[in-house]
Design a protein around this ligand. Structure first.
Ligand SMILES: CC(C)(COP(=O)(O)OP(=O)(O)OC[C@H]1O[C@@H](n2cnc3c(N)ncnc32)[C@H](O)[C@@H]1OP(=O)(O)O)[C@@H](O)C(=O)NCCC(=O)NCCS
Length: 129
């Protein structure tokens, strides 16, 4: 999975260390494959009160625009529903919020734009799964 993260960070100018939060062992990870090649990933970090934190979503640049990112998120949502999570939260890069809005995530009133990894982000929710 590291190669997705590596590519994402090269592309976005982040340092790889930003993703090393020592939470991977308690998280679940999925990898998307397309034509027998690993092309995308997503991570679920279980938080208190039945909240699932969605993160590490990345699709290789050569495989974007094929609805692989959308499919990863839809599978993630389905998994959360089946496994009794109440809500999903994520931190979206602010310019990419439209990707998540199409899937039903919302920015709640009072949630401000904040800086994470040097870029503007916003919290988004899907509640009442
Ligand atoms: C963001 C990302 C995961 C999207 O994956 P993808 O497989 O290319 O996207 P999809 O093909 O599933 O797109 C689904 C829909 O979202 C839209 N969309 C895709 N990327 C978008 C973006 N950056 N902003 C707004 N909408 C976007 C698509 O146009 C498509 O809309 P449509 O249904 O109207 O055609 C991918 O571009 C990526 O890995 N980027 C680098 C890492 C990253 O930014 N991760 C998310 C951090 S918040």
């Amino acid at each position: 999975m590291l190669h997705f993260i590596f590519e994402k960070h090269l592309e976005q100018g982040y340092s790889v260390q930003i993703e090393q939060d020592n939470q991977d062992d308690i998280c679940q990870h999925w990898v998307a494959t397309y034509k027998s090649k690993d092309v995308g990933s997503i991570r679920l970090w279980p938080k208190p009160n039945g909240v699932a934190k969605l993160g590490r979503l990345s699709v290789l640049s050569s495989s974007r625009g094929l609805y692989i990112g959308q499919k990863l998120v839809l599978e993630f949502i389905e998994y959360c529903k089946q496994n009794k999570f109440n809500a999903i939260v994520l931190h979206s890069q602010y310019p990419k919020r439209g990707f998540y809005e199409k899937l039903g995530f919302v920015i709640e009133e009072g949630d401000e734009i904040f800086e994470e990894a040097g870029t503007p982000h916003v919290r988004m929710w899907m509640r009442n799964l």
